[in-house]
Write a protein that binds this ligand. Sequence first.
Ligand SMILES: Cc1ncc(C[n+]2csc(CCOP(=O)(O)OP(=O)(O)O)c2C)c(N)n1
Ligand SMILES: [Mg+2]
Length: 344
Amino acid sequence: MFQLIDAEGAATAPDRLPSPETQLMLYRHMRRIRHFDERAWVLYRQGKMGVFPPFGGMEAAQAGTAATLTPDDWLFPSYRETGAALTYGLPIKQSIAYWRSSPHGWYMPDHLKVTPFYIPIATQYPHAVGAALAERNRGTQNIAMTYIGDGGSSEGDFHEALNFAGALNAPCVFILNNNGWAISVPTRTQTRARDLSKRADGYGIPGVRVDGNDILAVYVVASEAVERARRGEGPTLIETVTYRVKAHTVADDPSRYRTDEDNAGWDAKDPVKRLRTYLLAQGTLTEESDAALLREIEQEFEQALRDADEFPEPKPSEIMDHVFAVPTPQQEQQRAVILEEYGA
Ligand SMILES: Cc1ncc(C[n+]2csc(CCOP(=O)(O)OP(=O)(O)O)c2C)c(N)n1
Ligand SMILES: [Mg+2]
């Protein structure tokens, strides 16, 4: 498993490290998305946000991969990847709107190529291959990056996408965030495979296994895969080995199906703490600059929350808008029923 910084925050391969500026950029992204995750829990409990799938503890796997993209590249996130989408450039207010089920979160800004979060497991993988091939057909060097979980990697769409991408040499980077759980099912019972990166072998594409709580290692591996894809050398599968420290969603109670023993050791591997320890030791970060960064992040979030609060309240019938350009007779009928029950 590829690693550059160990759990104690010490460099294990100093010659492979990205520059101090890049290290700081990655730390900022992790700190910023952790803040989003923490605030989302509070907002949910206050009734100001809907059901949200937390990603706390998985920041390195999300920010370290998405930070390798430009806005000309595609991002196909699953519901777990709010952190990756924020790193890529999705505005915070839009992410809040999405997890409030507000129509203002249903579309993505025109200048970004990020799709809405995929809830049906694995469907994003073949779509990403299609987008990657479309970019190549247009003669660009843009690539597509997509995400899946350990559970999703047992779905047919995952395997079809890898084969499709390998056969057609698609400029696509596949991220498999192995966080140990698919809701209440541990990876070890969900599949007999023990190294999910090896699934790439079956499709003739490179598979890389990386410490998913070491953002510098994740970033280096993802950058290499992105550059390969841009050069026309085809797809890569990256398995990040991490852990879902938090619940499946804010509405889930993991104490019903897993024990302290299952979770043991993962808090000590925390990705934010790990990079922080390393940066403080190097002098790239100080207690003062870290505190200032956090203040800036808090202010940015609170402003975005005020902006999100100003989006107009959705009307129940809006749920039928924007499904198809020309609604089907069934949709027209459903819309009429909603209007009758809830009014305009
Ligand atoms: C096609 C499909 N089947 C089942 C579900 C229900 N479901 C939602 S999340 C989930 C577990 C996914 O686990 P994993 O792929 O490991 O992702 P994680 O939640 O750990 O990020 C399941 C089965 C779904 N959303 N879509
Ligand atoms: Mg999982």
